[in-house]
Design a protein around this ligand. Structure first.
Ligand code: NAP
Length: 401
C-alpha cells in the first residue's frame, strides 16, 4: 500500500517501501522528459529491489497545465501537497508573463523555504568537453538560495524609491552614490549561512567527501561575503569540531583519514582553480550569486550543461531539471532527458535508495559510451547514433545491469 514519506521524532527521514512522491511534469519539453525519466526511475527501483519497492507517483500541478485546469499557475494545493509528502520532482516551468509572479521556481523555493540549491557536477565518459581532463572534476555545489542580491530588494534608477534610499544613505552615512543610480540590497545573515553550511557538512559526512571549500568574495564585500565565510567556518568549528580540520592548520603528512578539510577560497580565484586543479575540490559552499555563476561554468567544463541535475533542499526537497522549457522542441520527443533523470538519481540518494541510483548511473554511462545519444550530444560527437528522447531512456533501462 502506498504510504507517505515522513520525519520521525528524532528528525530522521523515513521512506516506506511504497513511498508517494509528487511530480510536476512541467511545460514545453517537460512532458517528453518526464515520461522518459519515469520509465527509467520505475525500472531502476524494480531491478534494484526485485519488486519489493515501488514508487507511487502523485501528479501535482504547476505552470501552464495548472493554469488551464485551475486558473492559477501555482495552486495552493501544490504547495500543500509538497509539504505533506516532503519530496517532489519537477520538469521546467515557463515563467508567466505578467500576473504578478516573478518566477514559479523562485516562488516555490521561497514558499517552501528551500534554502540550499544543490548542484553536483561530474563527468560522464564520452561526453564532448572543452577541457583535456574533464574526469578530474567531481564537485557538489551548495548555493545559498534565499539571500544575497537575489532576494529581489531593488529599485529602478530614477524612481522616487531609489532616490529616497540614495538620499538616506548619502545624508546619513557620508556616502556619494550618484542620484540617478539603480539600487539593489545584498542581505546575508548568520542564520541562513550556518544552516547552508550544516546541510553541506551533513552531505559530506554521508557521502564520504574529503573537503568543503567556502567560496566567497570577502576581501571586498567584508560584511556580506566576508561574514558568510566567517559564519560558515563558525558552524563547522562549533558543531562539527571532531570531524573537520582547517586547511590552514594542516601539518605536512598529517593523517586526514575520516576528516573533512575546510578550505577557503576567493570567488575569482575559484574559477581558475576548478580549471587548473579541479581534483583539489569536492563540496563547495557559496552565496547565491557566486553559486549561480559557478554551477554553469563547472557544468560547461564537463561538457554537460544539458545534463546538469539540481535540487532545492530545506525541510522539504524539490528535485529539478536545471534547463528551461525549450518550447521549440516541445512534443517532438527529441531533447535530452538526462538532466531530469540525474535529478532523480539525486532524489533516490536523498531517500537512501542508493542501489537504484547506482543502476541509473551505470545505464547512463554505458549508453553514452555506446554513443547512443540525443541530438544535443550527437552533434558534438563523431560517429554517434542520434536517437529520440524516449529511445535514449529505453536504452538506459536496457543498460542498467
Ligand atoms: P532553455 O529552455 O533552457 O533552452 C535553451 C536551449 O538550451 C534550447 O534551445 C536547447 O539548445 C538547449 N536545451 C535546453 N534543454 C535541453 C535538453 N533537455 N536537451 C537538449 N538541449 C536542451 O532556455 P530558454 O529558451 O531561455 O527558456 C525557455 C523558458 O524556460 C522560459 O520561460 C524560462 O523562463 C524557462 N526556464 C525555466 C527553468 C526552470 O523551470 N528551472 C530554467 C530556465 C528557464 P539548442 O537550441 O541549441 O538545441
Amino acid at each position: 500500500m502506498a504510504e507517505k514519506i515522513f520525519y520521525n521524532e528524532k528528525g530522521e527521514l523515513i521512506v516506506p517501501d511504497n513511498p508517494i512522491i509528487c511530480f510536476m511534469e512541467g511545460d514545453g519539453i517537460g512532458p517528453d522528459i518526464w515520461n522518459a525519466s519515469k520509465k527509467v526511475f520505475d525500472a531502476s527501483i524494480e531491478k534494484a529491489y526485485n519488486g519489493t519497492k515501488k514508487i507511487e507517483w502523485k501528479e501535482i500541478l504547476a505552470g501552464e497545465k495548472a493554469k488551464a485546469k485551475t486558473g492559477s499557475y501555482l495552486p495552493e494545493e501544490t504547495i500543500e501537497a509538497i509539504k505533506e509528502h516532503i519530496v517532489a520532482i519537477k520538469g521546467p516551468l515557463t515563467t508567466p508573463i505578467g500576473g504578478g509572479i516573478r518566477s514559479l521556481n523562485v516562488t516555490l523555493r521561497q514558499r517552501l523555504d528551500l534554502f540550499a540549491c544543490v548542484r553536483p557536477v561530474r563527468y560522464f565518459s564520452g561526453v564532448p568537453s572543452p577541457v583535456k581532463k574533464p574526469e578530474k572534476l567531481n564537485i557538489v555545489i551548495f548555493r545559498e538560495n534565499t539571500e544575497d542580491v537575489y532576494s529581489g530588494i531593488e529599485w529602478e534608477a530614477g524612481t522616487s524609491e531609489a532616490k529616497e534610499v540614495i538620499n538616506f544613505i548619502n545624508d546619513n552615512f557620508n556616502k556619494t552614490i550618484l542620484i540617478e543610480s539603480g539600487i539593489g540590497i545584498k542581505p546575508m545573515s548568520e542564520f541562513c549561512t550556518r544552516r547552508l553550511m550544516r546541510v553541506a557538512i551533513d552531505y559530506a559526512i554521508k557521502n564520504k567527501r574529503k573537503s568543503i571549500t567556502i567560496m566567497h568574495k570577502g576581501n571586498i564585500m567584508k560584511f556580506t561575503e566576508g561574514a558568510f565565510a566567517k559564519w560558515a567556518l563558525k558552524e563547522a568549528e562549533e558543531n562539527f569540531k571532531d570531524i573537520i580540520i582547517k586547511e590552514s592548520e594542516l601539518k605536512e603528512g598529517a593523517n586526514t583519514e575520516g576528516k573533512i578539510i575546510i578550505k577557503d577560497r576567493l570567488a575569482d580565484s575559484m574559477f581558475q582553480q576548478i580549471l587548473l586543479r579541479p581534483d583539489e575540490y569536492d563540496v563547495i559552499v557559496t552565496p547565491n550569486l557566486n553559486g549561480d555563476y559557478l554551477s554553469d561554468a563547472a557544468a560547461a567544463q564537463v561538457g554537460g550543461l544539458g545534463m546538469a541535475p539540481g535540487a532545492n533542499i530545506g525541510k522539504y526537497a524539490l528535485f529539478e531539471a536545471t534547463h528551461g522549457t525549450a518550447p521549440k522542441y516541445a512534443g517532438l520527443d527529441k531533447v535530452n532527458p538526462a538532466s531530469l533523470i540525474l535529478s532523480g538519481v539525486m532524489m533516490f540518494e536523498f531517500l537512501s535508495l542508493n542501489e537504484a541510483a547506482q543502476l541509473i548511473i551505470k545505464g547512463i554511462e554505458k549508453t553514452i559510451q555506446e554513443k547512443y545519444v540525443t541530438y544535443d550530444l550527437a552533434r558534438q560527437m563523431q560517429d554517434a547514433k542520434e536517437v529520440k528522447c524516449s529511445e535514449f531512456a529505453e536504452r538506459i533501462v536496457q543498460n542498467m545491469i
